[in-house]
Write a protein that binds this ligand. Structure first.
Ligand SMILES: [Ca+2]
Ligand SMILES: [Ca+2]
Length: 162
């Protein structure tokens, strides 16, 4: 009797695993992001026009199951810049997820990943007046990154896994 139960439990487990794998396959194959989001590899990106402080912007992203965007390559930065220019016909500033607010010069992304790729403007991040801990894009004519005061109120870009 015990052996029979064990065998049927095993069979049940196998069926469950197969179903789970099938569902996972369906999820992975799903190509589309929610309405209004732009697909980029396994991510969905969105430009948020409403001006907010960096922390407000991050919490707003989190309310959509996202974080402020963590930019991992020049290509991804260019996608984000295009998102901004498509939405606004301008190349204005927007928060991304990099911050050194926890410890000066220790930059990381709000989604928990380390900063590898960066596009800082020359001389940035400079922590101007000892109080610049949050990264935004499209600074200066070069449209590169600057560290600004986290209380600046500007648009933002969120990203989440697709
Ligand atoms: Ca700083
Ligand atoms: Ca700066």
């Amino acid at each position: 009797m015990m052996k029979l139960m064990t065998a049927s439990a095993l069979l049940f487990a196998m069926v469950t695993l197969t179903t789970a794998a099938g569902e996972w396959y369906l999820v992975k194959k799903s190509p589309s992001c929610p309405c209004g989001w732009t697909e980029y590899y396994d991510q969905c990106l969105i430009y948020v026009a409403k001006p907010m402080s960096w922390a407000q912007a991050e919490i707003n992203c989190q309310s959509m199951n996202a974080n402020l965007a963590s930019v991992q390559s020049l290509e991804e930065y260019q996608v984000i810049q295009r998102l901004i220019s498509d939405a606004t016909q301008q190349d204005g500033p927007a928060w991304i997820g990099a911050s050194d607010a926890i410890k000066e010069k220790f930059w990381f992304w709000s989604d928990g990943t380390p900063l590898k790729y960066t596009n800082w403007c020359t001389g940035q991040p400079d922590n101007f007046q000892g109080n610049q801990n949050c990264a935004y894009v499209n600074f200066s004519d070069k449209k590169c990154w600057d560290d600004g005061g986290c209380e600046y109120v500007i648009p933002s870009v969120c990203a989440k896994k697709n």
